[in-house]
Design a protein around this ligand. Structure first.
Ligand SMILES: Cc1ncc(C[n+]2csc(CCOP(=O)(O)OP(=O)(O)O)c2C)c(N)n1
Ligand SMILES: [Mg+2]
Length: 312
């Protein structure tokens, strides 16, 4: 299997830089909207989108810049949307948490936790009835996987053999509460999911290669065994839960596990691809990265400079 690591790196870098630039302008302009950054979690979206087909459908949640961009959503329309411009993908009235681009089968991000999973299962039912070979992928967080709708939907999807892949980006927190504050000690996710009739896999959500390979395997199983799947990705949220912050202060905050900032530094999805696959393949790697970053910067400001910001 030949894997295009360069393409994966470039996609992750695009998402990273676009979000950093959004963050920069958000802070300067005091935009009145929620902002949930995916920084640190980009490989989850890129690994899955590269393993999926164009004809597969994606649904996102409140933290979905990476899902939208990885699926190939229109960058210009996303930037307009985030800054409340009428030319945005939701007419500028939804903001960062409402992204949609049906031209690439990104069916929409829904910020009400646990809601998109039921909507996605409806679409999976329609794909089953149409006898299409596509799957429906829905991204949720570890906190959202504690909503009743998650269990109900996985159960029904198991019962009706739906081609649904639920991806849990487990960054360990729901806002600032960790697993130990939300789950019983005996909570066994694998047993619960298997008991609901779905396929369960878990892997490192910082490592593109692992996500890509696991997704390929799961997609095959979902279509062959006619069962839904739950893919559990262990990942790290580098930024604060929401708002325009990417400071060390949050990484060192009390609600996080001890030394998480060190783990964050060591497990950057960009560095993992560079160290494992690209450093010794690309000559003058710094120049290559700088050129990519400059292109992204120019792309962002070509759109941003067209926006007349509404000051509050
Ligand atoms: C039904 C519902 N309850 C509460 C909220 C407020 N809320 C937004 S994000 C969030 C935490 C979500 O945690 P998780 O699902 O783990 O996703 P993460 O933010 O970590 O990506 C909460 C409680 C909401 N949007 N919807
Ligand atoms: Mg979470």
């Amino acid at each position: 299997m030949k894997i295009n690591y360069k393409k994966a790196f470039e996609k992750i870098l695009l998402i990273r830089k676009i979000e950093e630039l959004i963050l920069h302008e958000f802070n300067k302009n005091k935009i009145f909207s929620f902002l949930h950054l995916s920084i640190g979690q980009e490989a989850c979206a890129v690994g899955i989108s590269m393993a999926a087909n164009k004809s597969d459908f994606f649904f996102g949640n409140h933290r979905s810049h990476h899902h939208y961009l990885a699926k190939g959503g229109n960058i210009e329309k996303m930037i307009f949307e985030v800054f409340g411009d009428r030319r945005g993908c939701c007419g500028g009235i939804g903001g960062s948490m409402h992204l949609i681009d049906k031209s690439v089968n990104f069916q929409g991000s829904v910020p009400i936790l646990g809601s998109s999973i039921s909507i996605a299962s409806g679409m999976a039912m329609s794909k089953k009835l149409e006898k299409k070979n596509s799957i429906v992928v829905v991204f949720i967080g570890d906190g959202s996987a504690e909503e009743g709708s998650f269990y109900e939907t996985v159960n029904m999807a198991g019962l009706y053999n739906l081609p649904l892949l639920v991806v849990i980006e487990d960054n360990k927190y729901a806002v600032e509460s960790g697993h130990n504050k939300r789950k019983s000690k005996d909570y066994n996710f694998k047993k619960i999911i298997s008991g609901l009739g779905a396929i369960y896999e878990r892997c490192n959500g910082q490592d593109f290669e692992k996500i890509y390979k696991t997704t390929l395997k799961m997609k095959k199983k979902i279509l062959n065994k006619k069962k839904p799947g739950v893919l559990h990705l262990d990942c790290l949220r580098f930024a604060r839960h929401s708002g325009a912050h990417l400071s060390k202060k949050d990484q060192l905050a009390k609600y996080r596990v001890k030394n998480e900032h060190i783990k964050i530094k060591k497990n950057d999805p960009l560095n993992i691809i560079l160290n494992k696959h690209l450093n010794n393949k690309i000559q003058n790697i710094d120049k290559y990265i700088l050129k990519l970053e400059n292109n992204i910067h120019n792309k962002f400001y070509r759109v941003f400079n067209k926006i007349k910001l509404k000051k509050i």
